[in-house]
Ligand binder design. Structure first.
Ligand SMILES: [Zn+2]
Length: 146
């Protein structure tokens, strides 16, 4: 069940729809069980109650997961906020900077030096991350591109 929930969470919003769909299937299975047991007699009917309770717990868990995945807010990661620039765009952004910038050669991101905290916002590296003030700095960052 945990592996299933992790898998659904990895799917994001679609996972929420899948979870609710699975819950619907389980409710249908439970409905068939109830329908099959109507009017039936015998010791084996007692055997339905425990599976039905387990089924109910699964349905509840899936509904909770589904509703949460469908309604939760998506917080973008740093890599989504700063997508890697194409090599040519990175080179141009570093060479034609309007003011001091900071650039990560590993992630190919360029940002205003005023907003920099001294390490790359995407990979947290301070080794591949350069402050570019002069044309020499710019050429060094471009040479450092992998
Ligand atoms: Zn980086």
């Amino acid at each position: 069940m945990n592996a299933l929930i992790e898998r659904l969470e990895a799917m994001g919003r679609q996972g929420g729809a899948v979870a609710l769909g699975l819950a619907g299937v389980l409710v249908a299975v439970g409905g068939v069980l109830v329908w099959a047991s109507v009017g039936a007699e015998g010791w084996w009917l007692y055997g339905y109650r425990f599976p039905a309770a387990i089924l109910g717990a699964f349905v509840l868990a899936l509904v909770f997961v589904g509703v949460r995945l469908l309604t939760q807010r998506h917080y973008p990661s740093a890599a989504e906020v700063f997508p890697p620039l194409a090599k040519a765009d990175f080179t141009a952004a570093v060479r034609e900077r309007p003011h001091a910038v900071c650039a990560c050669a590993r992630c190919r991101v360029v940002l205003d030096a005023a907003f920099s905290t001294g390490s790359c916002p995407v990979c947290a590296s301070s080794v591949d991350y350069y402050e570019v003030n002069t044309d020499e700095d710019a050429e060094m960052v471009i040479l450092a591109l992998p």
